[in-house]
Design a protein around this ligand. Structure first.
Ligand SMILES: Cc1ncc(C[n+]2csc(CCOP(=O)(O)OP(=O)(O)O)c2C)c(N)n1
Length: 365
């Protein structure tokens, strides 16, 4: 059955529940999450920000090779994880470490990959979090495949497929959305539109009225949400997740947010954007807004804030300790997990490497 076209279009203005001054505006379609949920979300925001700051410092200390920070995007990061049930799956990108951690993966496990370890750091099946994908939009196809498998096997599961605005220009994005819509799969596509794909602005990425408007072309609903309003992102994602769970098919959600720092430590964002633009977004910081609302309704006092800050500090300290530990990699790991049975050419290479290591330790020229 085809849905009437107008039900698939996003609103003209992104959904917003809490305005930048912290005032709540009720929305007829998206109920505001209750205060307890928003308090838990705020604690996760404080921890998420602290993790972003810690990782930025760890890169400078040479302990992480690279870190694509979600500083400024924490409302999206936190809401993505909190909108899911335990049995659901998340398919994140390289920028989504805070989502992965909010979902339950320990910060040390989530970040060893960026330290340069050969493995992804966590067991995807244990947390139902796919490996963080660097090749843009590839994870969307994996997500759709997982949802298709779940449907065929009668599993009760929703899949959250995450990507950035730049990734929407990839062919994989279009194939994933089309397949999900045609097969009516329980997928929520969550695009964090942070205005830039490295130095390429959104205006060079699409001529559509918004990224959420693309949904109608595939026959699924699209929605836009203020990505710096954690209450709104949580409400909109919950609604999409619940529609998917109830057999209503996929949704495309676009969150309007901003990457407040450079793309990674390897990027110099002063070369392509004005400081005044960044400063305007810093004023729209998602943490300030959530804090203002919770203080306003009397749910957040000084003692609770201090507890959240102390909890975040403990997470950061544990992450620091883990990343500062000197690891002794076993060279055989390079060969160990490639094939179930090691082919002869790799076995020869491993023997050659052992020989080299022996000569090195014995000081043979
Ligand atoms: C298939 C592919 N092409 C190019 C790149 C190089 N690349 C890495 S990040 C990036 C920008 C992505 O921007 P966006 O999707 O908006 O996500 P953001 O980094 O802003 O979170 C590009 C082009 C890549 N990783 N994969």
């Amino acid at each position: 059955m085809t849905a009437p076209a107008e039900t698939l279009l996003p609103r003209d203005e992104p959904v917003r529940l809490i305005d930048p001054s912290g005032t709540l505006r009720d929305d007829a379609e998206y109920p505001t999450p209750d205060v307890a949920d928003l308090l838990a979300a705020h604690a996760a925001l404080v921890t998420g920000r602290r993790i972003n700051e810690q990782c930025f410092a760890l890169v400078r200390q040479g302990r992480l090779a690279v870190y694509p920070s979600s500083h400024g995007q924490e409302a999206c990061q936190v809401a993505a994880a909190l909108a899911l049930a335990d049995g659901d799956w998340m398919f994140p990108t390289y920028r989504d470490s805070v989502s992965v951690i909010t979902r339950g993966v320990s910060p040390a496990e989530a970040l060893v990959l960026l330290r340069g370890d050969w493995h992804g750091g966590y067991d995807p099946h244990e947390y139902r979090v796919a490996p963080q994908a660097t090749p843009l939009a590839t994870q969307l196809l994996h997500a759709v495949g997982r949802a298709h498998a779940a449907t065929l096997q009668g599993e009760d599961m929703v899949v959250l497929a995450m990507c950035g605005d730049g990734a929407t220009s990839e062919g994989d994005f279009h194939e994933a959305l089309n397949f999900a819509a045609v097969f009516h799969l329980p997928v929520v596509f969550f695009v964090q539109n942070n205005e830039f794909a490295i130095s390429v602005p959104l205006s060079r990425q699409t001529a559509a009225p918004s990224l959420a408007h693309k949904a109608i072309g595939y026959g699924m609903p699209g929605e836009r949400v203020d990505g710096n309003d954690v209450a709104a992102v949580l409400a909109v994602l919950r609604s999409a997740v619940s529609r998917a769970r109830d057999g209503g098919g996929p949704t495309l959600v676009e969150a309007h947010t901003y990457r407040m720092l450079a793309h990674t430590n390897a990027d110099d964002d002063t070369r392509y954007r004005e400081r005044s633009e960044v400063a305007a977004w810093v004023e729209r910081d998602p943490l300030l807004r959530s804090r203002a609302y919770l203080r306003e309704v009397g749910a957040l006092d000084d003692v609770t804030e201090e507890r959240f800050t102390a909890d975040a500090e403990r997470v950061a300290a544990a992450l620091r300790d883990a990343m500062n530990a000197e690891v002794e990699p076993d060279p055989e790991d390079l060969f160990r997990f490639v094939y179930a049975e090691r082919p002869q050419h790799l076995q020869r290479q491993w023997m050659g490497l052992q020989d080299e290591i022996r000569r090195d330790t014995e000081g043979v020229e």
